[in-house]
Design a protein around this ligand. Structure first.
Ligand SMILES: NC(=O)c1ccc[n+]([C@@H]2O[C@H](COP(=O)([O-])OP(=O)(O)OC[C@H]3O[C@@H](n4cnc5c(N)ncnc54)[C@H](OP(=O)(O)O)[C@@H]3O)[C@@H](O)[C@H]2O)c1
Length: 213
């Protein structure tokens, strides 16, 4: 996740204006380490998500670890209001996953599957229970899970206690306005304390990694 100094997680609906090349390098590296990238449907819609690509630098490491050449993208959605004609669904290296509830609209589930996506139910209604999503992915052998947010999804992962680490880029920018913070939704009862694992700097950007104590 990337945040401005005043806590904005996006500008004009995108994270690109508050990011930088080094941030994108780290973003790509984290993807290259992951089995699956878990992302909220609004981020997919706004950021025009494409399939993850295979990276030559990581090919041998991934193969040795028994990982696919690229991580699967897992889209968390209740509505399945997604454009299933996009390359994210029709031509990924690894089939795109849809995490939704057991009561999701059958016609949208059918459309997703027809496009080539694999639909996993991880909740009783139309919504996804974060802990069940983690279990469903583990059931497919996916245990290195990377979430790229957005804030509404990340807030639920925090509240459910399934976030082990946070890689946060602090962008040396101020945007004011009313953009979301990196995690939204209802507050947790007691603030969760993380420990700082590492911090790098380039061009005024701080690249931090925190882990749950
Ligand atoms: N700063 C950063 O690092 C960063 C990272 C990512 C995104 N962003 C920015 O954040 C914005 C989008 O984030 P957002 O918080 O509005 O949305 P989001 O978390 O990306 O997606 C929200 C959507 O995800 C689905 N969803 C979330 N929780 C669910 C659950 N428990 N069960 C079923 N579906 C669930 C719903 O999709 P349906 O509506 O399809 O049901 C919901 O509308 C964009 O502007 C993006 O640029 C910033």
């Amino acid at each position: 996740m990337v945040s401005t100094l005043d806590g904005a997680a996006q500008h004009d609906g995108r994270s690109q204006p508050i990011s930088t090349a080094a941030d994108m390098r780290i973003f790509g590296t984290l993807r290259a380490l992951a089995d699956v990238v878990v992302v909220g449907a609004e981020t997919v819609r706004r950021e025009g998500y494409r399939p993850a690509r295979a990276r030559a630098d990581f090919a041998a490491m991934r193969e040795a670890a028994g990982q696919a050449p690229a991580p699967a993208i897992a889209v968390v959605t209740a509505s399945l209001d997604l454009d299933f004609s996009l390359p994210l669904f029709t031509s990924p290296l690894v089939p795109t996953l849809i995490l939704t509830g057991a009561s999701a609209a059958p016609d949208r589930v059918a459309a997703a599957e027809k496009a080539g996506a694999r639909v996993l139910a991880a909740g009783d209604g139309i919504g996804v229970d974060p802990a069940r999503a983690v279990q469903a992915l583990a059931g497919l052998g996916h245990t290195r899970l990377l979430t790229e947010g957005g804030p509404r999804l990340l807030g639920q992962l925090v509240a459910a206690g399934v976030l082990d680490e946070l890689c946060l880029t602090v962008s040396p920018m101020l945007t004011a306005g009313d953009a979301q913070r990196i995690a939204g939704g209802p507050a947790v009862t007691v603030p969760q304390r993380l420990g700082l694992v590492s911090m790098l700097e380039e061009d005024g950007f701080l690249f931090t990694r925190y882990a749950r104590s």
